[in-house]
Design a protein around this ligand. Structure first.
Ligand code: CP
Length: 308
């Protein structure tokens, strides 16, 4: 049976194109399972997974929890707020105490870049990175690729524009790696103050005009403006951002083609996207959320195969 080349999922950077194909094809199988009247399989009934979230989440946390339940794993969930982290316990002590309860896998979101990479050097359990600061969010990029492939048939050869706050986004970097490894062309667009200077070294096209970006791309993956991570003013106001970079119906109607609009959520309606685009036939935002469960089932299943 094919196996992943990595023992943890810390980032897309570590995956081979073959790993990505294996995850997406395994997710195809689990998507079929999720369409059955009984949406549950016994695949992980001997595995215990702890979801440890040191940062807020709606989609990722619930999606992992549901994926684990659908695979019949035993699960426990931990939030930093309301835990002994607030009394000064270190990350490693917290995790070692959780592992003492015979946990096999950790799904972790943390505000610090590299937190899951650090843990992976100190603990025996398998780790899935559910987002580390502004660095990587690998399962989001995998579910984004799954959703593009579902809508357009394949990812290879497609032109994907990532639009918005690239500097503060872990979704951007994971998507750049995932899309390029599958043979897609990638561009970014946003205020130049929100685009890291190193991006051209990754072979990414940089646009600053939204209409030209939409004309170029097959898929627009629109990111949230992360005001909570911005330590300085990167643009004058949200109103001005929406005026120059927001995607509205008028901008889409000027195109001589249909493009696919994606957003990892949560959306700032009226800033990155107007509601008439977010809720339109162009948008696959809720498909992304639906596909997240099958993709996370695939990741957990494939990592668990290596434990047995
Ligand atoms: N896309 C995403 O990571 O959303 P949450 O922050 O709600 O998990």
């Amino acid at each position: 049976m094919p196996q992943l080349s990595t023992r943890n999922l810390l980032g897309i950077k570590d995956l081979t194109p073959k790993d990505i194909t294996l995850i997406l094809e395994t997710a195809d199988h689990f998507k079929e399972v999720l369409s059955r009247p009984i949406k549950k399989v016994p695949s992980l009934r001997d595995i215990t997974i702890a979801n440890i979230f040191f940062e807020n989440s709606t989609r990722t946390r619930l999606s992992f929890e549901l994926a684990e339940k659908r695979l019949s794993a035993d699960t426990m969930s931990f939030s930093a707020s309301g835990s002994s982290v607030k009394k000064g316990e270190t990350l490693l002590d917290t995790v070692n105490n959780i592992l003492a309860m015979k946990v096999d896998m950790i799904v972790m979101r943390h505000s610090s870049v590299g937190a899951p990479h650090f843990l992976s050097k100190h603990i025996p359990a398998r780790i899935v990175n559910a987002g580390d600061g502004t660095h990587e969010h690998p399962t989001q990029a995998l579910l984004d690729s799954f959703s593009i492939r579902e809508r357009l048939g394949e990812v290879g050869g497609k032109k994907v524009a990532i639009i918005g706050d690239i500097s503060h986004s872990r979704v951007a970097l994971s998507n750049i790696f995932a899309l390029q490894k599958q043979g897609a062309e990638v561009a970014v667009c946003g205020p130049l103050t929100l685009i890291p200077k190193y991006l051209h070294k990754l072979g990414v096209k940089v646009f600053s005009n939204i209409q030209k970006t939409l004309e170029w791309c097959d898929v627009a993956n629109v990111l949230r403006i992360q005001l909570e991570r911005q330590t300085s003013r990167n643009f004058p106001s949200l109103r001005e951002y929406a005026l120059y970079f927001g995607i509205n119906r008028e901008r889409l109607e000027k195109l001589d083609k249909q493009i696919v609009v994606m957003h990892p959520g949560p959306i700032n309606r009226g800033v990155e996207l107007t509601s008439d685009v977010a809720d339109s036939e162009h948008a696959i935002i809720l498909d992304q959320v639906e596909n997240g469960v099958a993709v996370r089932m695939a990741v957990l299943y494939l990592l668990a195969q290596q434990i047995r």
